[in-house]
Design a protein around this ligand. Structure first.
Ligand code: GCB
Length: 642
């Protein structure tokens, strides 16, 4: 009976309530698809006119940017804020303009049966894109990709170079995610003419610009537009439920082939949707839970279609990890085995690049995660680059995937237009990340003002919508420790609680931690009987500050906070606490303010990724937890292997 119910749930994924009508598959090369990265140096100008609107008034997109004013060099991908010595650009609010000319391979233009797609991995926050002066798309929101088909446009005049102009505006409003608002200061005895600030209610620098790769890729005219995969297993047989959607062809034949790591076909089908059965399945297991973690199959989808002009073949290959996720009132189960999150919260943040995508940083961070013995992280407080999730799939790092619903503190941000946008962002997030084995839970928000009356309807709707989008994964939202005020908790599957005892509450008093943390867990569990993750805890430590006895901001104090939390976590993890995520993996930049000394220093690593004393405490603990709760891979005998 349970099995039948589960299968019905899995099929419900394919009937999801998503309003988006196209897919957003990660661009991959194949025998039918080419990818051309447009990363590197772009021309750039910030529109510093008083209303920030000169670029639109003077139509900067119509000619080369250098013809309408001065331009500077700007790397893509990167935040623009820390690239120059200009303080007004670091703190700039408004439209900035990027431009680059591209040589498009002649065969892409010559072949009318080729779609040419321009894709932006993410740009913060609002973007408008033109090609040769013609607007091709706009996108509302950072952290998620958007694209436009530009083939017909570049074919109009193949002798012209392809000039791509992207205008990006980082202004936040009460309806954006995260929300913010602009405050004009009109008192001329205090402020210069036209002075304004952007108020935000979240604790990281609002880096802006083109943060992820811009690229062109091709597909044939008839193509695989989307693939949805949900997995299960029964005894030794893996089950891959899949659905392929096709665009550009009225009828097409399809072949879906699942291959193991050695490229051997283990199952195949000619249907656009169905189930692939894998005998003697290798399940996808988290890092440190199994000696052979992160096993990935490859699902090759091959499409053939014919129209009056031509025959098209498209090939797309998707990595697939076969695993299940379930939640009981006291446990989080992966492949029906209890999973304990011992991990971190991260940020996309580093010096010079800001939130710009950077492979060396990403690989370094994964090496540090594995060194630490971390088996999981939360994408606090927004969706991370797809390449990061691919690394999680490859290494078995479990992810709580969070949308940018952070800092929702103003009652006006609980209205209909905010909610509509929040639902749309969840649609885009689930569409992008649904096929990652590493993603085990959606987080719809972080510490909203959940005590406000409209929060009840808002979160009920949001969580219900997210569950309908993806019935195969649990949903949470991250709350602060005050259980009495909470209006979202009744609807979530897992309670995620942030608390900073002896830091924001009773600063300097380490002795309050045992009692306050115990009370926190007992209140939440008593009220909701749902498993709990300590989704944030920690303390600032300025690397190199030492004090014994410990005082706040010293490395010793950070260590002591962690140790006190760990004592209570060790009691409660035997009952219903299913995880602990330190705040934060690394120091990160914030707005300037009297509580932040060049950023938030709660990292156990510095911003340059060097360990503080707390990193060693955590490493010792995480490996101990792994030894107790999981199975260590054979190679961990050789500590230098990561
Ligand atoms: C929190 C927030 C996080 C902050 C952190 C802090 O509760 O979720 O964004 O950075 O506290 O250090 O204050």
């Amino acid at each position: 009976m349970l099995g039948v119910f589960r299968v019905l749930c899995l099929f419900a994924v394919f009937e999801a309530v998503c309003l988006l009508d196209t897919g957003m598959l990660f661009p991959r090369e194949s025998s039918s698809r080419e990818v051309k990265e447009l990363n590197g140096r772009w021309d750039f100008r910030a529109d510093k006119s008083p209303n920030r609107n000169q670029g639109f008034e003077k139509a900067w997109y119509k000619s080369r940017l250098a013809e309408t004013g001065p331009v500077i060099d700007m790397p893509v991908p990167a935040s623009y804020n820390d690239i120059t010595q200009d303080p007004t650009l670091r703190d700039f609010i408004g439209w900035v303009w990027y431009e680059r000319e591209v040589v498009v391979p002649a065969r892409w233009i010559a072949d009318e049966g080729t779609r040419v797609v321009l894709r932006v991995g993410s740009a913060h926050y609002y973007s408008v894109v033109w090609v040769n002066g013609v607007k091709v798309t706009e996108h509302n929101g950072g952290h998620l990709p958007f694209e436009a088909e530009i083939g017909s446009l570049i074919r109009k005049d193949p002798t012209q170079p392809c000039r791509i102009t992207i205008a990006v505006n980082n202004t936040l409003t009460l309806d954006t995610l995260p929300p913010g608002n602009i405050q004009h200061m009109d008192d001329h005895t205090k402020y210069p003419d036209g002075f304004f600030v952007q108020n935000i209610y979240f604790d990281f620098f609002n880096y802006a610009g083109i943060h992820r790769s811009v690229l062109l890729y091709t597909t044939p005219k008839a193509y695989v537009d989307d693939i949805t995969v949900v997995t299960d297993f029964l005894d030794n047989t893996g089950l891959v439920y899949y659905k392929v959607s096709v665009q550009g062809a009225a009828t097409a034949t399809l072949k879906a082939t699942l291959m193991d790591k050695n490229g051997r076909c283990v199952a195949s089908s000619s249907e656009p949707s169905g189930v692939l059965k894998v005998v003697d399945v290798n399940l996808w297991w988290p890092y440190l839970m199994h000696e052979n973690p992160a096993y990935l199959y490859s699902m090759e989808v091959r499409l053939m279609a014919t129209d009056s002009r031509s025959t098209y073949e498209d090939v797309y290959t998707l990595p697939v990890g076969i695993r299940t996720v379930n939640v009981t009132s006291t446990q989080f189960l992966i492949n029906n085995k209890p999973f304990y999150f011992h991990g971190v919260n991260k940020h996309e943040d580093s010096d010079i690049r800001g939130k710009g995508f950077d492979w060396p940083l990403i690989v370094k961070d994964f090496n540090l995660l594995k060194w630490l013995g971390a088996n999981s992280f939360r994408t606090s407080h927004y969706p991370y680059a797809e390449e990061i999730l691919q690394m999680c799939d490859r290494h078995g790092i479990v992810v709580i995937d969070e949308c940018p619903g952070v800092g929702i503190k103003d009652i006006r941000s609980f209205g209909n237009s905010s909610l509509t946008h929040h639902l749309a962002v969840m649609d885009e997030l689930v569409r992008r990340d649904k096929n990652h084995a590493s993603v085990v839970m959606w987080s719809v928000a972080n510490e909203p003002a959940a005590e406000m009356p409209p929060a009840d309807f808002y979160f009920k709707t949001l969580i219900k919508h997210t569950k309908a989008l993806d019935p195969s994964r649990p949903v949470t939202f991250i709350t602060d420790s005050n259980y009495a005020r909470d209006r979202g908790a009744p609807y979530v599957d897992v309670i995620c609680v942030n608390s900073y005892f002896s830091w924001y509450h009773d600063p300097g008093h380490l002795e309050v931690i045992p009692i306050q943390l115990k009370t926190q867990f007992e209140n939440w569990y008593g009220k909701y009987q749902k498993p709990i993750i300590q989704s944030e805890y920690g303390a600032d430590a300025v690397a190199g500050f030492h004090s014994d006895p410990p005082v706040m901001f010293s490395e010793e104090y950070q260590k002591a906070v962690l140790q006190s939390y760990h004592n209570v976590l060790d009691q409660k993890r035997k009952q219903y606490v299913i995880g602990e995520l330190i705040w934060n993996f690394a120091d990160f930049m914030t707005v300037q303010g009297i509580t932040r000394v060049v950023g938030n220093k709660k990292g156990i690593f510095t911003r340059e990724r060097q360990p503080k004393a707390a990193a060693f405490i955590l490493k010792e603990r995480y490996w101990r937890l792994a030894n107790e709760t999981g199975r260590l891979p054979v190679w961990t005998k050789y500590p230098c292997s990561f």
